[in-house]
Write a protein that binds this ligand. Sequence first.
Ligand SMILES: *[C@@H]1O[C@H](CO)[C@@H](O)[C@H](O)[C@H]1NC(C)=O
Ligand SMILES: *[C@@H]1O[C@H](CO)[C@@H](O)[C@H](O)[C@H]1NC(C)=O
Ligand SMILES: *[C@@H]1O[C@H](CO)[C@@H](O)[C@H](O)[C@H]1NC(C)=O
Ligand SMILES: *[C@@H]1O[C@H](CO)[C@@H](O)[C@H](O)[C@H]1NC(C)=O
Ligand SMILES: *[C@@H]1O[C@H](CO)[C@@H](O)[C@H](O)[C@H]1NC(C)=O
Length: 678
Amino acid sequence: MATLLAFRLLPLLALLPLLPTALAAEDGADAAALVRLKQSFSDPTGRLEAWSASSPSTPCNATSPWPGAQCYKGMLVGLRLTHMNLSGTFDFGAIAKLPGLHSVNLKHNNFSGPLPASLGTVRSLRALYLSFNAFTGPVPADVFVNMRWLKKLYLDNNNMTGPLPADAIAAAPRLIELHLDRNQIDGAIPFKLPATLQRFNVSHNRLTGSIPPEVAKRYDKSAFAGNPGLCGSPGSDTAVCVAAGPAPPPAMPPPTAADYIAVQEETSVFVVIGIILLVILLVTGAMVLMLRQDERNSAAPAYDYYAGGGAMGASAAAGAVAGSSKAAAGSSSSAGPRAAEMVAVDVAAAGSSSSHGGAGSRRMGEFVLLTDDIPPFGLPDLMKASAEVLGNGTLGSAYKAAMRNGFTVAVKRMRDMNRVGRNEFEQHIHMLGELSHPNVLPPVGYHYRKEEKLIVSEYMSRGSLLYILHGDQSPNRVILDWHARVRIAVGVARGLAFLHEKLGIPAGRLVSMDGADFDAPPPPPHGNLKSGNILLDANMEPRLVDYGFFPLVNAAQAPQAMFAFRSPEGTTRGVVSARSDVYCLGVVLLELVTGRFPSQYLLSSRGGTDVVHWAAAAVAEGGERELVDPAIAAGGAGDAAVRLLRVGVHCAKPEPECRPTVAEAAWMVEEIAAGGAS
Ligand SMILES: *[C@@H]1O[C@H](CO)[C@@H](O)[C@H](O)[C@H]1NC(C)=O
Ligand SMILES: *[C@@H]1O[C@H](CO)[C@@H](O)[C@H](O)[C@H]1NC(C)=O
Ligand SMILES: *[C@@H]1O[C@H](CO)[C@@H](O)[C@H](O)[C@H]1NC(C)=O
Ligand SMILES: *[C@@H]1O[C@H](CO)[C@@H](O)[C@H](O)[C@H]1NC(C)=O
Ligand SMILES: *[C@@H]1O[C@H](CO)[C@@H](O)[C@H](O)[C@H]1NC(C)=O
């Protein structure tokens, strides 16, 4: 259990850029290193022309940094040189002396030859992304032995050969991800892998022998697939035995033009071909949002519209329920500054803080991107983004920012998030950004200032479950049938179970958020589950948002801001726990079955239906069938809907200890879904 916590904390500590002053390279050292580095490879597109000793700028110049340089407080912390057709070797030795360099990303290039011996000398690296190149030769043991901080190694889709350096891998102290799929690696799978290793993939290689049971049970079968010579060890039911099938596919051919994403400096366009990339960038200080509230049409989706808290009271919520998105936006203007004004205030605040900064240079504010799988992206794109208000939730307001290149993101301005200082905030958000599950929507970037935090995620055009169930009145609105609802129920339960697994404090270990009150139960891992925080993707799969914020939200505001506090234990005793999330799940299930707007979402008792008491009474009296939303009853949902309603009632029991765990609830919902709609 302690290791579980260690898993989560260690990576974050290391992701935090080191303090520049103590470790900064000598003036000019980074420029000299990059110039030397560039001599080792060829840059056919000339994107890295600025990497030159005669450049008027420096790699981390605030106004015109060198392309591909990732900087933090003036220090070079990363190189991101993806999709540039670079070829030759990459002289890692040239950058070995840069103390702050944490990440090198060379994905989708044409580097070839064996990994150079100099690789092991870049000791500061936390993450190394070499996927989709043409590297050959064995996986060097040096990487694991010398790079004591290395957490992520991506070597997939290359042409690596030879056996794995088993002993070196086993001894890697901090390795979390090791991606070796789609190479030509042979030999056996190591018996022992580091305890820290969460993601491991050796599929589509030429491995032989059996999969050690200890290894097989830790990773998904797909991590070993496509190795025709590999067989599970006998007598182990978890062993994976890959039947001899077609020969492994050849290593990826060199990328074609369509594979490329043209990435240039700030002003560039960037084209995405193929699957969706989440991309974001944001620097608020200079963000110009052209608000277009007036143009909002009734088909505009909503994010967390029905606040029920903060400045927005029941009447605004009721107005929103009545279907007018303008009602929600309009009432927020009477209760507080209009969104446009708030943004203006924001820009002014950024300006003034930079003048306090005094150093002369206008700090644009820092935006931190949490994912490495996306091409870099410039400030001007975001400055030119058009924005509209998506909704005012209890934690803050959400905006949609559509950038000219076609990317759209949701930007959430968080209020009341000063419970912890900057370091802890950043650690926490980095950790949230690493959680990956089909039913959660992790933040992809953030901006931190004392007075304001922005959290950015991928934009989901269908909006929230709340909006689809109760808000959308347009003629071509989506009507959720039973099948769609039960799928949503399953997805929500799975996403929540995942969060409980990853963020839950192991039973028996009490952790107080304040360090003082040791009687407080561990906080709810989600803390704010309600239909306004369940977004639907293009396939109508639910994605949870606004989770895991409990440790960040000011204690004084939490009861208004977090829906977990609307549970009976929250309203009467002000105490919430993991079982409060279960209560919230119950409300969502009841909302899905009855199609009613839960009064629980409102601070005032006027409006909505008290689905919890209504359904509990119906279960007690045997009249559940009458509660089923006519929209799904007609579709033959029948007994299954009644069973789902009962699960909802069970989850929303007044006594926390009478509710199931999230894992149990998820299992019950899955059972109902598997039983099918009769
Ligand atoms: C940053 O770059 C600009 C333009 O390239 C240059 O004028 C300026 O002197 C540079 N600043 C520093 C501190 O090198
Ligand atoms: C990749 O590099 C090789 C030489 O190493 C070269 O012949 C080939 O044209 C390059 N391919 C691309 C797509 O640049
Ligand atoms: C990988 O190696 C094989 C044989 O050694 C070669 O035929 C193939 O072209 C290589 N693939 C890449 C992407 O370099
Ligand atoms: C391993 O990689 C293959 C493709 O290279 C992918 O299809 C599979 O889902 C991956 N499995 C895991 C567990 O990451
Ligand atoms: C990379 O090289 C290939 C072949 O030489 C070319 O077709 C492609 O357009 C190049 N891509 C970029 C981004 O320059």
